[in-house]
Design a binder for this molecule. Sequence first.
Ligand code: GAP
Length: 501
Amino acid sequence: MAKETQNDVLEKIVSLSKRRGFVFQSSEIYGGLNGCWDYGPHGVELLKNIKEEWWRSMTYREDVEGIDASILMHPKVWEASGHVENFTDPMVDCKQCKARFRIDTLGELINEKKKKKAIEEFKNKIAGNANLTHEFESVLSSAASNNGESIDAQFTALLENNVLSPLVLAELNCPQCGNKGTFTAARQFNLMFKTFIGPVEDAGAVVYLRPETAQGIYVNFLNVQNSSRQKLPFGIAQTGKAFRNEINTKNFLFRTREFEQMEMQYFVNPAEDKKWYDYWKEQRINWYKSMGMTESKLRFHDHPKEKLAHYAKEATDIEYQFPFGWGEIEGIHNRTDFDLSRHEKFSGKSLKYFDEESKEKFIPFVIETSAGASRSFMAFLIDAYYEEEVKGEMRSVLRFHPRLAPVKAAIFPLVNKDGMPEIARNIETDLRKYFKVFYDDKGAVGRRYRRQDEAGTPFCITVDTQTLTDNTVTVRERDSMDQVRVTSGVLKQYILEKVSL
Ligand code: GAP
C-alpha cells in the first residue's frame, strides 16, 4: 500500500472514531490536550470489553490472582524500580524554534529519502577520519544485523550512538522549522509526571503518577501470596491507568501521555524461567488471535541480547502491523529477580518466598506480560475496519469479534405503525437485561444497517409484517449480511450463543 493510502486509513479511523463515538480528542472545546484522548459511548464499551476479555483469560484460572493497586505510590518505589534514574529518553531541542524531539523517534519525522541522503553525506564527511569511519561502519552493521536494510533503523542507531550523534545532528535540518545545525546536544528527560501529596509543595512531598502498573504488583507480592495461599508458579494481574510524559506523542492512541495497561507478573522458580517465558509468549499471541485479530498482522519481535533492558534476561514484543508499520502492542519479559530484590533492598523488608517442599527461601523470577489496553484498542479498531461495495454502494464496517463489539444487537421496527414499534420495544427491553442493545426506528432499514455496520454491531433484528402473524423476526448478520428468521421468544438464547457470552 502506498504511503498516502496508509495515512488515509488512519485518518479514516480517526474520523470514524469521532463520528461514531469511539474516541474524542481530550478537552476538544479548548483546542485539545496533546497526548490525551477521551473514549465515547461506543469506545468505552469496546475498551471495557477488551479489558474484560483480558481479565477473563488471565485471571479466571487457578494460578493467577487479580489486584487493583493505587496510582500514587511511595516515591521510593520508583527509586527501587530504577524509574527515577533510568526512565529517561534522550532528547534534543531546536535552538531556533524551541521544538523538542526524542532522539530515538526523530527519524520518524524525517522522510526516507532525506535520511538516506543524510547518512550518505555524513559518511563522506568523515571519510578522512579512520576512527569515526570504523565507528560508523560498526553501528550500521549492527543495525543491519538486527533490522536488515532498514534506513530508519540505521539512522536511529547513528543518532543513538554517543560518539556520532552530535556530528549527525549537526548535519540535520529541524523537522519543524527547517533550519540546519540548530540542535542542542542530547539531554536526558525523565518521563514520569510529578505531583505533590498533601498541602506543602516541597521536595519531600513529591509523588509520581505511575508510569506502569507492574510496581503495584511487586510491592504486593507477599500480601497476595499470603492471603491467597498461592504456591509458585503463580501470577498477579491488574489493569489500570499509567502516565508518561512522552515528548513526541503520535499516531492517535499509539503513543499517548495517559493510557491503560493490562499487566500480569508470573512468579516462578528461577530454574523454570525459560519454560514459563515460552508458555506466556504462546498464550498471549493466541489471545489476540482468539479475539479475531488477523494472524498475518501479528508477529513476535525478539529483543537482541545487546538491546535488552538491564533487568531482562529475555524479552519479546508482540507487534501488530499498523497502517504506519509494525508496532509493539505487548511486551513479554523475563525480569529475573530484579524487581523483588530491589524492593527488598530499598524497603528493608524481606520479599523472599518460602518453598514448603524444599524448605528454602528465595526470590522468585518474574515473567511479565505487559499489554497496552489503549494500544490494543487501536489495533482491534484498525484490524476490524473494512470498506466494501454492496449493491453498488460503499459500506464501512467494523468486523469486531462479537465479544468485543460495543453493541451486540440493534432492534428495528420495519415501519413505525401496525404495532411493530411496540413489539420491537418489548424485544429491546427484554434483551437489554442481558447485553448492550440499541433501538433505531429512524430512516430506511438499509441506512439503519449501515449505521450499525459502522459501529460494529454483529446482529440487527427487524420486526416486520410477518412478525405480526407468526412471531418471528429477521436477524441479519453483520459480516455475511445473511438474514434468518428467528422466533422472537428465543432471541436472547440465539444471540447469547452467537456472541458466546
Ligand atoms: N511494565 C513494563 C512496561 O510498562 P512497556 O513496554 O513500557 O513495558 C507495555 O509498556 C505496553 O504498554 C506497551 O506494549 C504498550 O502497549 C503500552 N504503552 C507503553 N507506553 C505507551 C504510551 N505512551 N501510549 C500508549 N500505550 C503505551
